[in-house]
Design a protein around this ligand. Sequence first.
Ligand SMILES: Cc1cc2nc3c(=O)[nH]c(=O)nc-3n(C[C@H](O)[C@H](O)[C@H](O)COP(=O)(O)OP(=O)(O)OC[C@H]3O[C@@H](n4cnc5c(N)ncnc54)[C@H](O)[C@@H]3O)c2cc1C
Length: 459
Amino acid sequence: MHTIFQLLSKRYTRENTSSSPLGPDVSHVASKHIVVAGAGIAGLSFALSLHKLWPASFSSQLPRITIIERDSKADRLGREGYTLSIRVDGNRGGGVQVLDDLGLYEVVRDVAVIVDSGIGVDTDCINLSDGKQKAGNMVLWDKNWRPLLKVDPEKMQNESKRKLSGMRIRRNALQEVLANATAALPDVTMMWERRVVNVKNGATGAGDSMVVVLDDGSNISCDIIIAADGSKSKIRTALRPSDGLNYSGVVAISGNARFESRDQIPKPLANDWGALLGWTGVGIFVAPVDPTAALWSLSYRAGQPRDIPRKPFSNATISSLLEEARGLGIHAGPKFRTLVDNTDPSTLMVFNAFDRPPFRHDFEKHGNVIWIGDANHAVTPFAGNGANMAMMDSWDLVKELVKGEHGGFEKSVRAWERSMMPRTEAVLKESHRNMDVGHAVGWKAWFYWSILKVLALFT
Ligand SMILES: Cc1cc2nc3c(=O)[nH]c(=O)nc-3n(C[C@H](O)[C@H](O)[C@H](O)COP(=O)(O)OP(=O)(O)OC[C@H]3O[C@@H](n4cnc5c(N)ncnc54)[C@H](O)[C@@H]3O)c2cc1C
């Protein structure tokens, strides 16, 4: 849905990063110790971007990076999770271009579930029996699963450098690629199963020394902290307690349906992904997860956030959530019911959708802390863009830090904020519009239905 409404959105472009000049002055970051809190998509992309963009002539002054991650490696990379859209978004740019800049595009594409074009795709999931490969389509369906709108993946490609395709990928598969590439970098230390509980500005006047406090009471001194610890950022809560998350007014239940063979996945859900617009106030989203599984997600508006049961769910909770999904999704007919009936209970999730707008940094107050990804600007899954923003944050921030033309650390971060803030504000706005469309009833439903009909003429 995001892809469609992007057609209506204000365009904002991503600079062509490959040719950006690297200035000679990187002294404000050279030889510094940077602690990255969180080995998620933002944190790992930051370390990879720094290595990729660091000027060769300053290789002896490459900053030292320590990444601290709360979860164990097995938990973070092994947990199945959900699938993500990693996007190209034309000239505006997306995570795909960052992966390409990092030299990881092909590696990631090889483990993707769906690639938005047939080129060079060898993912089992989309190989047809005649040996040809078919792209997955982003579709908006009506309640009878008839396409209201189908997006031609070719139109969403970026051809400025080379042909790149958007994809859907399991969150943990993307993270594994990023973690493996990060582990191979020199001067990067990974600390798994260690939690950041606080940070302190230990500025002495002689230098900008920061202190990271870990859950075992130990401290790590560093020059710069990259807070990439996700939407519920502990570092944001500690230093900016009034910058919390906002409840978006939507609750979602989701799960992965598993089948013995791909043929059992209700058609066309083994290939295509997107939203069913039933105009009943209940949003339904579906997407393949692997050759024998498909994700379903059902959402509805609620005035207050819902109490979320603790994981692992009891059998009674599982039965009642599935029954609730069957009832709320009844308008989507037997296809949706088949997905719900075949849900792997361990993948069942219920969550309140929260977000928050991006913020500018206050170095005077907080010292050298930079919040990136969801820690700065969480967006709900209805944006389909949080991971893309996390990767773009990292690449663009490093680009500004190593450019050396801004005359110092703070000015480099300000330059990054000037591109990061409008980009994420626009995505936040899009996600609210997506929620509005997905849960529309009455005259609003008619209004959006008419717009989609018009858009369908042009796609
Ligand atoms: C159901 C769902 C569907 C989504 N679909 C899409 C999509 O289609 N496309 C898209 O682009 N995005 C999507 N997103 C959003 C995307 O997953 C997030 O925006 C993205 O993961 C943000 O990356 P991050 O690195 O900023 O945060 P995270 O991925 O949350 O990473 C934060 C890391 O910090 C660690 N951490 C947390 N606290 C601490 C601490 N105190 N100390 C140390 N480590 C800590 C965490 O364990 C984690 O590894 C979706 C999200 C959900 C929930």
